[in-house]
Ligand binder design. Structure first.
Ligand code: PEP
Ligand code: MG
Length: 745
């Protein structure tokens, strides 16, 4: 194999482009690619292997191996040297391939004659499409230039595949982005929806991967990089007093935008014949491939930054990709790698659902999705590479599955499921104005959880009696800086006005743990769920709490006000928080502002310790609300954010229900009104059991009010209590089976 020069590479790419441009079927094009590459690089063999399914590679074209092996020879991911390239995404370069560990001999190909092997991945933006291989009889190691040249060809092949150049017969040559795909994911918010893909960051398509004039491409790249640098510097100036995290990202951008290594690699790609945008995409693909292998969170963040930067550069070079230019499809389902809470909120109720490639159950996006009442899936692997704008998609936020381009049978089954839900909704609407009165005559009062102004219309629609939990932190989370007191009080006033006299329980700022304000310094804690959060922050650094309490008092404008402190773990904390409330009232009185006509101040019971507080606490507090999400995680010592353990313990576990019963009893003894506002309040069977053990007030997401009311109205709480008692007497760990059995009967 002769030494390669950049002009050899350019010649090869030029011939490849001509081959692609000529008419012909996908198979013919692939054949031509292998012939050209073998000829140009000077090897006896050049082969292209493509995936026919997620696990299997197929020999799709070859120059030099036996033609009858084409579409016959297949190997599993990881099998043989080709499988190893595909699995690891790394080059395999060997002078003596048969002696390599894992080598697998495919007799039908006649490859025994060839000693040296060079395989490079064919990949695009982190997605592995196949493997490009050259082989020769003499035992030689390929040098860095040759490897680079082959990588450039592989990149072009990947782009061509994306553009549909190789579509033909058989699974390995199927058209991309047209098959149905089922993607398993984690449920961030329950619900089901059908609609069309709306890519938050539209895909940039490189239609011209090969260019003739390297000088001109270099100029385009240099100009685009310069514009990028200016843009990043401007953002940095604008963010000079912003939050540390944003600055860190921008600094990383600046570092990459000025990085010689990054630029040099792109310049080399251009010199070998790629267009400026293909050179950028080659770097982006490499960064994505590394992302798949890096676990260190800091490095992952930096690779993400590099990916974002490449995307910006691609947009500058191609002029494509501005979401605003495209038209949103009907019933849009948002697809993104990740999205911030403010951006998600901007889309608002136009969205029917959202699917994120990353994200977590407790992320801010999930909190907003909950408020918007749209189904959300997180950790949906590869969704952004698979989905195209406008593709039909069904989101199953019950099973945790996204059906992209579903086939007719799946779509029909899904439509049936949605029709059944719509039926159920009609049923719930018919009892909207009726009480949640069980057959035994006990009435359970049902309230809704909220966190945004956008939630308030649900108060009317759901038939909730009031807002049992208003999570005030959402207003803080969706902003890029701390809201001012005047903004908050105006917002709280609007919320009270829209509630039209119904009670709204404002919970003071509950941040820390999973909820980190974008503009506050994040602190590293070994165990954030057990860390400096909620009222602990409010009492240690009372500035924000005081501002918020004042805003609430002002918002009440002399009307009634209800305030609740989160995460109180002991009597002293309650005393201190209550004292802050009194101080706020006093300050407002001195300022001559009207004081609330009536004021109720309560606490959330979210730590087991509070259930054992002194009688004085129960007598002093005006109401208690059990925050079951937190209480359960501490009771069972199972982090609510940790997928490995969070479903391990059932709410209907006898120990937990017994604990709830004890809290009910203590509140009954002291005459303290008690409610339950964790997610379990909105799960009908759980809600029924909570009612059966004595909870008389439940607060839940608005969509749950109908189903919970429906079940309560059909049940007899005394009977359910009896079923629970019997299961307990039999020594069952959870009463779920017994209660389900009762409900079926
Ligand atoms: C809870 O912990 O149950 C609760 C309602 O509060 P949050 O989910 O906001 O922590
Ligand atoms: Mg909580």
């Amino acid at each position: 194999m002769p030494d390669r020069s950049e002009s050899d590479s350019r010649k090869l790419l030029g011939r490849l482009r001509d081959a692609m441009a000529s008419a012909g079927a996908g198979q013919e094009r692939l054949d031509r690619v292998t012939t050209l590459v073998a000829e140009s690089i000077g090897t006896e063999v050049c082969s292209i292997y493509l995936f026919r399914d997620k696990e299997t590679l197929e020999l799709c074209a070859t120059e030099g191996l036996r033609p009858e092996a084409v579409h016959q020879t297949r190997m599993r991911l990881g099998e043989g040297l080709v499988g190893r390239v595909a699995r690891t995404g790394r080059v395999v370069n060997s002078a003596n391939a048969p002696a390599e560990r894992g080598f697998r001999y495919m007799p039908e190909t006649g490859e025994e004659a060839y000693s040296s092997f060079l395989g490079v991945p064919i990949q695009r933006l982190g997605e592995m499409l196949g493997v490009l291989v050259v082989q020769s009889k003499d035992a030689r190691d390929y040098n860095a230039d040759e490897i680079y040249a082959l990588e450039v060809v592989a990149m072009v092949v990947a782009e061509m595949a994306e553009l549909g150049a190789f579509v033909g017969e058989g699974a390995a040559l199927k058209a991309r982005h047209q098959q149905p795909v089922t993607i398993r994911a984690t449920v961030g918010q329950e619900g089901v929806a059908m609609g069309h893909v709306w890519l938050h960051e539209p895909r940039v398509v490189v239609t011209r991967p090969i260019a003739d004039d390297p000088e001109a491409e270099l100029k385009r790249l240099t100009e685009a990089v310069e514009r990028l640098r200016v843009g990043v510097n401007r953002m940095l100036d604008g963010a000079a007093d912003g939050d540390a995290e944003q600055l860190q990202v921008l600094e990383a951008y600046r570092m990459f935008a000025n990085s010689r290594g990054w630029l040099r690699r792109m310049e080399e790609s251009i010199a070998s014949g790629l267009s400026a945008e293909a050179a950028v995409e080659k770097e982006q693909s490499a960064a994505r491939a590394r992302l798949g292998q890096v676990t260190d969170p800091y490095l992952r963040d930096r690779l993400h930054d590099l990916d974002d930067l490449s995307y910006r550069l691609l947009r500058l070079l191609t002029g494509q990709g501005k979401a605003a230019e495209a038209e949103m499809p009907a019933d849009p389902i948002l697809i993104a790698r990740n999205i911030g809470p403010a951006e998600l909120l901007d889309y608002g109720r136009r969205l029917k659902g959202a699917v994120l490639e990353e994200g977590s159950v407790g992320s801010h996006a999930a909190i907003v999705a909950r408020a918007l009442a749209i189904p959300l899936l997180v950790q949906a692997d590869r969704i952004t590479t698979e989905a195209l704008n406008g593709d039909p998609i069904a989101v199953d936020g019950e099973q945790g599955v996204a059906h992209l381009r579903p086939d007719e049978s799946v779509a029909t089954a899904f439509r049936d499921k949605m029709a059944m839900e719509a039926e159920a909704l009609k049923r719930y609407a018919s009892i909207r104005d009726k009480p949640a009165e069980a057959r035994c005559g006990t009435v359970i009062s049902l309230h809704m959880n909220a966190g945004l102004m956008a939630d308030l219309p649900s108060l009317e629609g759901s038939g909730a009696e009031g807002v049992g939990l208003f999570r005030t932190e959402l207003q803080f989370l969706i902003r890029s800086q701390m809201p001012r007191r005047s903004e908050l009080s105006a917002l709280y006033a609007r919320i009270m006005a829209s509630a039209q006299g119904k009670r709204v329980v404002f919970r003071t700022l509950d941040i820390g743990s999973d909820k980190v304000l974008p503009y506050m310094k994040a602190i590293e804690e070994p165990n954030p769920a057990l860390g400096w959060r909620a009222i602990r922050v409010g009492l240690d650094k009372p500035g924000v709490l005081r501002m918020q309490l004042q805003a609430l008092v002002r918002a009440a404008q002399g009307g009634p006000l209800t305030v609740m402190f989160p995460f109180i773990a002991q009597y002293e904390e309650w005393r201190a928080a209550r004292a802050e409330m009194d101080k706020a009232l006093e300050r407002e009185r001195i300022l001559g502002h009207p004081l609330p006509a009536s004021l109720e101040v309560g606490a959330m019971l979210e730590t087991p310790s509070l259930a054992f507080a002194t009688n004085r606490f129960f007598e002093e507090v005006e109401f208690l609300s059990i925050g079951g999400n937190d209480l359960k995680q501490f009771f069972f010592a199972a982090d609510r954010e940790n997928e490995l353990v969070r479903r391990r313990y059932d709410t209907l576990n006898v120990s937990f229900l017994t604990f709830i019963e004890q809290i009910v009893q203590r509140c009954a003894d002291s005459g303290t009104p008690l409610s339950f506002c964790g997610e379990d309040a909105g799960r009908p069977v759980e809600a029924l059991c909570l009612a059966a053990v004595g909870i008389r007030c439940l607060s839940m997401r608005p969509a749950s009010i109908g189903p919970v009311k429906h079940l309560i109205r059909r049940s007899h709480l005394g009977e359910v209590r009896e079923v629970i008692a019997q299961a307990r007497a039999r020594g069952e760990q959870s009463v779920r089976a017994a209660v389900m059995d009762y409900l079926r009967r």
